[in-house]
Design a protein around this ligand. Structure first.
Ligand code: HEM
Length: 359
């Protein structure tokens, strides 16, 4: 499904989703319709996708990502060094959410003080698109967030054009070598996509990573004594309890998938969270084991839509884990912790993660 965009389209899912809202929604949700009606990497197929991806990919080159290492190191130590030994904290609200939101603010060249704004906008967008059927009250909330975010982004875009810096947005507004560039609407919708694709996912990864390791104390101890294992722990968390559970497509032709007939125009949901526990691919798939052989998991998708932010997340998450295990090596789950996830069918993220911090 992921490797055949000629059979399974990335386009059209949102318009069907919006089509389930009452007719009068049209007039009260102009920004929601405009956003989902604008072509971005995640809702197009080749050749449109190829054009957009070529432009956006420049902002995610290995050189750009590597340059972010220092910022991630600094942010992690600011957030984690400030925590107090012996205290009980909520890892989700105190570290896992603010850190990637700050990274996105930096990528867009926004002041870090505005991080909370990013968290709120991102939450509203994710809540609407992640519910089983579209809900008007969530759509109205997203409309408000899109109005505010669009206005905010217009200012940032104007600044990036006038006074380009080293950030992702400055690269994004530049023309490519062949003179191609994103239109203003494409630019804004791309930034909105980057915000929710990059924030919620990484935040959820930081939470499930910490949870899975603390639930398997022997593996937590391994990472604590050998920080080089942090990346293996991240990969295993992506497989075992990944932040994105499903991928949406629309069939472009009648097609048969493992004996199931899919008709042209039907929606198809690929549950990558389930594929990641396929016993035919992963030995003892139901157990969390950071020492397992690294077979490719599908957490970042596959094929032409493979996640643009994968390298950034793979850079961020091990650094945060190394800071936590170095500063508070005897951390444990607080007795008050209970495992509850936010209500969302695409993104899987803990509501809170109570930790007792110990050196
Ligand atoms: C652990 C963190 C992340 C996970 C698990 C994740 C997961 C995914 C998945 C599964 C897809 C494929 C969707 C599809 O095929 O329809 C995807 C695409 C995408 N991701 Fe991520 N993502 C993460 C982090 C990020 C970050 C940090 C950014 C940007 C700052 C980002 C930006 C994107 C974009 C722009 C796409 C669309 C690419 C395309 O359609 O060509 N992601 N991501």
């Amino acid at each position: 499904m992921l490797r055949h965009p000629e059979l399974f389209s990335s386009s059209g899912w949102e318009s069907r989703y919006l089509g389930q809202l009452p007719k009068e929604a049209n007039s009260s949700l102009p920004n929601v319709y405009r956003h989902y009606g604008t072509k971005v990497v995640s809702n197009t197929d080749p050749p449109e996708h190829t054009r957009l991806r070529r432009i956006v990919q420049r902002s995610f080159s290995p050189r750009v990502i590597e340059a972010m290492r220092e910022q991630v190191e600094r942010l992690s130590s600011e957030l984690i060094d400030g925590l107090v030994e012996g205290s009980t904290i909520d890892w989700v609200s105190e570290v896992a959410y603010p850190l990637p939101a700050t990274m996105i603010a930096l990528l867009l060249g926004a002041p870090v003080e505005d991080t909370e704004l990013f968290e709120g906008w991102s939450a509203d967008i994710v809540a609407f698109v992640g519910s089983g059927a579209p809900k008007m009250e969530l759509a109205l909330q997203e409309e408000q967030s899109l109005i505010a975010f669009r206005e905010y982004l217009s200012g940032l875009i104007a600044r990036a054009r006038f006074d380009p810096k080293d950030d992702l947005l400055s690269l994004l507004v530049e023309k490519s070598e062949d003179g191609d560039a994103l239109t203003d609407d494409e630019l804004i919708s791309t930034c909105v996509t980057l915000l929710f694709a990059g924030h919620e996912t990484t935040a959820n990864l930081l939470s499930s990573l910490t949870l899975e390791l603390l639930r398997a104390p022997d593996q937590w101890d391994l990472v604590t004594s050998e920080s080089g294992l942090a990346s293996a722990a991240v990969e295993e968390t992506l497989r075992f309890n990944g932040p994105v559970q499903r991928i949406r497509r629309v069939a472009r032709e009648d097609v048969e998938l493992q004996g199931i007939k899919v008709k042209k125009g039907q929606s198809v949901l690929g549950f990558i969270g389930s594929a990641n526990r396929d016993e035919a691919v992963f030995e003892d798939a139901e157990s969390f084991n950071i020492g397992r052989r690294r077979d490719a998991n599908l957490s970042f998708g596959a094929g032409v839509h493979f996640c643009l932010g994968a390298a950034l997340s793979r850079l961020e998450a091990p650094i945060v884990l190394q800071h936590l295990t170095t500063r508070f090596p005897r951390t444990r789950l607080a007795p008050s912790f209970s495992e509850r996830y936010r209500s969302n069918m695409t993104f899987r993220g803990l509501e809170s993660l109570k930790l007792e911090l110990r050196r």
